[in-house]
Design a protein around this ligand. Structure first.
Ligand code: GLY
Length: 217
């Protein structure tokens, strides 16, 4: 869990990543809100949603798991809206078109798009999900996001929801998700994947079947 927390911190603090933490694109009111969850080998879990001004929501989720809370624990309040994300949001406001889609074409073109990002262009989804297996064979997981760009204020996706954005079963395996949260929640995505693995599917087969279930829906 220590390694996961530090690992997720890297992406949460990266201003060039537009769907996690600092630099994440804001909701349609211009506010960057973040969701996160963690789960360990004992089934302990913690989640936070719609946090503002907190650089490392994954650490708050961990404190929630440990039954402590963010500001009383000394988390600093910071402005997550970078000048770049604010500029992109202002450009988006000109059309206010909210159309989150993830397509194969998008994934293929993603590198190119990221190199030449049009301000305000709605990038598709990222989210940081990380799983770890320690030296004793114990699993943990963490997930963190600023959610879909230009989401409705208060909208929460899959990332802070155990069984949707993250699920850990120390006897079987673990899964974490990225993509359009509304779709992942509908099939309890990561729990579904771990259950398929429990029934003998490989991780790759289980992920493929879960994605196929989303497509079918
Ligand atoms: N997968 C992150 C979200 O939809 O908010």
């Amino acid at each position: 869990m220590d390694a996961l927390e530090k690992g997720v911190h890297v992406t949460e603090a990266d201003p060039t990543d537009q769907s996690v933490g600092y630099g994440g694109l804001p909701d349609r009111d211009g506010r960057v809100t973040v969701d996160s969850c963690v789960m360990d080998e004992f089934g302990n879990c913690g989640a936070v949603m719609c946090l503002e001004h907190i650089l490392h929501p994954v650490s708050v989720a961990r404190l929630v798991m440990d039954l402590k809370f963010a500001l009383s624990e000394g988390f600093e309040k910071i402005n997550l809206l970078t000048p770049e994300a604010e500029k992109a949001w202002k450009n988006w406001l000109k059309t206010s078109k909210y159309d989150p889609m993830i397509t194969v074409e998008h994934l293929e073109e993603r590198n190119r798009k990221q190199k030449k990002q049009v301000p305000g262009q709605q990038d598709n989804h990222d989210t940081i999900g990380m799983l770890a297996l320690d030296m004793n064979g114990n699993l943990s997981g963490a997930c963190s996001t600023s959610g879909m760009a230009y989401k409705m204020a208060g909208r929460v996706g899959d990332s802070p929801i155990i069984g949707a954005g993250l699920f850990v079963d120390n006897e079987v395996g673990a899964a974490t998700a990225t993509g359009v949260g509304e779709e992942i929640v509908r099939i309890c995505g990561t729990h579904t994947i771990v259950e398929m693995m429990r029934n003998g599917l490989s991780p790759e087969e289980a992920c493929k079947k879960a994605v196929e279930r989303i497509v079918k829906r």
